[in-house]
Design a protein around this ligand. Structure first.
Ligand SMILES: Cc1ncc(COP(=O)(O)O)c(C=O)c1O
Length: 413
C-alpha cells in the first residue's frame, strides 16, 4: 500500500473511514486554512482600511516582502501561481473566476483586431464555450466550434486545420473535464505556432492540469493560461488565476477602477493600468478568499510537482488495473502521458453507483449518468483505491444499486 506523501497537512471530514476521491471538484482543506481566516478577521479589526496598503505577510512570513490587500492578487500570482505554471515573474494574477477572465478577454479590442473567429473545441468548459457564443451577439467574433472525435476527445487534426487568417483566438482545455484526457505538449506547441503564424491568440484552460503536474507555459507557447485553485490545489470559491504572456497587450473594456492606472485620482476618463495583469481586475477585490487561496499550492510546491505527479500516476495506475480486472470500459486515457489525475469509468446508472459508494463513505461523482469520475490525489493511498474498487466490483456484480434512489437534495452533483 502506498503512503500518501503529505496526509497530515490536510483536514479530513469526521468520518474515520472516508475515502475522498473528488479532487477534481474540491480538494481537502489544508491545515492552515482556519489560521489564515483568523488572520483575515484580525487584519480587518486591527488595520481597517489601512489593510489595503499593508498587512503582516502571512503568506511568506519568512520574508520582508511588503504586502497589502491592494497588491495581494499580483503578489500571490508571483509567489505561488507562477511556480505552478513555470511562468516568469510579473505574468500571473489571481482572479474571481475563469468566467470573469474570459469576459475580460473577449471584451478586449485587441482580440477582435486579430480576426473575427473564436475557435473553441466543443469539449471546452461552459465558462469558455458558452461565453464564446454569447459574445458573438455583441462583437464581430463568431464562435467556430470544433466537434469532438468519436471518443469525445478534441479533434486535433480538425482543430489545427481550422486555424487560419480569420482566427482571433483559439481556446482549449489542457485536460478535458468530461474525459480526463490531457492534450500532449507537442500538439499544444503546434497550435501555438499556427496561431502565432495567423496572429491569433492562444488560451489554455488548465483547471484540471495545474497543480497536478509540472507545467511550463513558456514551453507550451500559449498567450494566456487560466485555471483555478479549488480542485487539486485545495482552495475555495474566488480562487482562480490567469497567466498573461510577457508583452501581451490587452485593454479589456470590462476592466474596473481597480484596473485603472491612477484609481485614487478619480479622473473623469479611464486610463488602463500599465501592468496588463491589473487590467483584469474589476471593482473592489474580494479579499477574504485570498487569505486561504494558496495554502494548498504551498503544500504541493513544498512536496514538488514531480512527486505530486508520480503519486497521482501510482494511484491512477492502480485504478486502471482494477477497472481492467472488472472489464469496466474507461472514458479516460490509459497511457500515462495523456492521463490526468482523473479516471472515468463507463458504468450503467453511474449516478446511482456514486450514491451507493457515498453511502459507504467513498466519495466519487458521476456525469450525465454515464461515467463515474474519480480523482485520487496526494491524500489518498492505493489501499483506498482498492477499497473503492472492492465496493464497485461487488455493486456491479449484484446490480442491486441500479434500482436504488438517488439523493436529489440539491443542484450540485
Ligand atoms: C475546465 C474547467 N474550466 C473552468 C471551470 C470553472 O470556471 P469558473 O471559475 O468560471 O467557475 C471548471 C470548473 O469545474 C472547469 O472544470
Amino acid at each position: 500500500m502506498s503512503t500518501p506523501p503529505i496526509p497530515s497537512a490536510y483536514r479530513f471530514p469526521d468520518e474515520p473511514d472516508a475515502v475522498e476521491l473528488r479532487s477534481f471538484t474540491h480538494g481537502l482543506q489544508p491545515e492552515r486554512v482556519p489560521h489564515m481566516m483568523e488572520q483575515f478577521t484580525e487584519d480587518w479589526r486591527q488595520h481597517g482600511v489601512d489593510a489595503w496598503n499593508r498587512v503582516p505577510n502571512h503568506w511568506r512570513p519568512d520574508t520582508d516582502d511588503p504586502v497589502g490587500w491592494w497588491t495581494l492578487p499580483t503578489y500571490l500570482g508571483d509567489e505561488f501561481v507562477a511556480p505552478l505554471l513555470g511562468a516568469p515573474a510579473h505574468t500571473c494574477i489571481l482572479q474571481p473566476s475563469v468566467h470573469w477572465t474570459i469576459q475580460c478577454l473577449l471584451s478586449s479590442p485587441e482580440v477582435g483586431a486579430r480576426g473575427d473567429e473564436v475557435l473553441v473545441s466543443e469539449t471546452a468548459f461552459p465558462s469558455i464555450l458558452h461565453s464564446a457564443q454569447r459574445w458573438s451577439t455583441l462583437r464581430d467574433l463568431d464562435p467556430h466550434i470544433v466537434s469532438p472525435t468519436d471518443a469525445r476527445r478534441v479533434d486535433r487534426e480538425a482543430l489545427l486545420g481550422a486555424i487560419g487568417p480569420d482566427t482571433a483566438l483559439v481556446a482549449l482545455s489542457h485536460v478535458g473535464f468530461t474525459t480526463g484526457a490531457c492534450l500532449p505538449a507537442s500538439f499544444l506547441r503546434s497550435v501555438a505556432e499556427r496561431a502565432q503564424r495567423h496572429d491569433a491568440l492562444f488560451l489554455l484552460d488548465g483547471y484540471h492540469a495545474a497543480a497536478t503536474r509540472p507545467i511550463d507555459v513558456t514551453h507550451l507557447g500559449c498567450d494566456l493560461y487560466v485555471g483555478g485553485l479549488l480542485k487539486e490545489a485545495s482552495g475555495s470559491a474566488g480562487n482562480t488565476f490567469v497567466y498573461l504572456r510577457n508583452g501581451l497587450d490587452l485593454t479589456p473594456r470590462l476592466t474596473g477602477w481597480f484596473g485603472n492606472a491612477a484609481p485614487f485620482e478619480f479622473r473623469t476618463k479611464p486610463h488602463p493600468h500599465p501592468d496588463v495583469r491589473r487590467r483584469f481586475l474589476g471593482g473592489t477585490t474580494a479579499v477574504a478568499p485570498m487569505y486561504h487561496a494558496v495554502e494548498g499550492v504551498r503544500l504541493l510546491l513544498d512536496l514538488g510537482l514531480d512527486a505530486v505527479r508520480d503519486h497521482s500516476l501510482t494511484l491512477t495506475d492502480r485504478a486502471i488495473a482494477r477497472a481492467n480486472a472488472l472489464d469496466v470500459p474507461l472514458r479516460s486515457p490509459r497511457a500515462a502521458d495523456e492521463r490526468s489525475a482523473m479516471v472515468l469509468l463507463e458504468v450503467p446508472e453511474a449516478e446511482r453507483l456514486a450514491a451507493h459508494l457515498k453511502e459507504h463513505h467513498v466519495y466519487t461523482d458521476s456525469r450525465r449518468n454515464e461515467v463515474l469520475r474519480m480523482a485520487p490525489f496526494v491524500w489518498n493511498t492505493t489501499g483506498e483505491i482498492d477499497r473503492a474498487f472492492d465496493l464497485i466490483g461487488d455493486a456491479l456484480a449484484a446490480g442491486t444499486y441500479r434500482s436504488r434512489s438517488v439523493d436529489t437534495s440539491g443542484p450540485v452533483t
